[in-house]
Design a protein around this ligand. Structure first.
Ligand code: C5P
Length: 225
């Protein structure tokens, strides 16, 4: 099937991990490299979209003149950056691995190793996809990601509903060739009213193409209404 053109479309993509400070030199984060989100940004840009990439800390860079990268560190910064541009977007792809919790009160000085046990209290971060999902207008398309280690389709389908996504991309850590840091991925797409679609193991660029084909189809239907 022919590739959809994204010329004239604005797409926001969140990508990468977030870092939540424990003290001035330490943080809580996760294994995300941002590779999948960056591949999506580059492929969307190549197809003509104006891409706004809200990117958590990673050494990787997105490379295309149609991509504006907004670098952030924390979930709160990612939320503020995403919130400030979301209203103008035709679509949003939530590919970031946002830390679910952040230290409630990051220490202003470096913590000392005095006690045998150290307890750090954590507070829930804003759920960016959920919050922007409540603000979504009838024309905007939202794509989510899920990475599960158990009951994968059940949790993916729950997130599709709860976060008001139009479809969700399930990454499985059980699949060889999928997951963090890798250059390949294998995904299953779950939709609201059509059967799910599982890909083979493919380079992240091709996986990005498959996700964007689906996104393009949905954008076409909302603009024709
Ligand atoms: O609930 P869970 O973290 O598994 O949901 C994953 C999806 O929600 C991803 O699309 C992720 O980018 C998004 N998310 C978010 N803000 C959070 C947590 C997750 O946007 N605080």
């Amino acid at each position: 099937c022919p590739q959809t053109s994204f010329t004239g479309k604005s797409i926001m993509i969140t990508a990468g991990p977030t870092q939540e400070a424990i003290d001035p030199v330490r943080y809580i984060s996760n294994q995300s490299s941002g590779k999948m989100g960056i591949a999506l940004a580059e492929e969307a840009a190549r197809r003509g979209a104006a891409v706004h990439l809200v990117l958590g800390p990673t050494h990787l860079k997105a490379n295309h003149p149609n991509i504006r990268t907004i670098p952030v560190d924390t979930a709160l910064e990612m939320y503020k950056a995403a919130q400030s541009i979301h209203g103008k977007m035709d679509a949003a792809v939530f590919a970031a691995a946002v830390a679910d919790y952040a230290p409630s009160q990051p220490a202003t000085e470096k913590l000392k190793k005095t006690d045998e046990e150290l307890h750090i209290s954590l507070r829930k971060n804003p759920d960016i996809a959920y919050l922007l999902g409540t603000q979504k207008n009838g024309r905007q398309i939202h794509v989510g990601f899920a990475l599960e280690t158990e009951q994968e389709s059940k949790f993916a389908l729950e997130k599709l509903q709860n976060k008001n996504f139009d479809f969700i991309v399930l990454n499985s850590l059980k699949d060889e060739g999928a997951g963090f840091q890798k250059d390949t991925n294998q995904i299953t797409l779950f939709f609201k009213n059509k059967p799910s679609l599982k890909t083979s193991v493919l380079p992240k660029k091709e996986i990005a193409g498959i996700i964007l084909d689906e996104l393009g189809r949905l954008l076409d239907t909302t603009t024709k209404e």
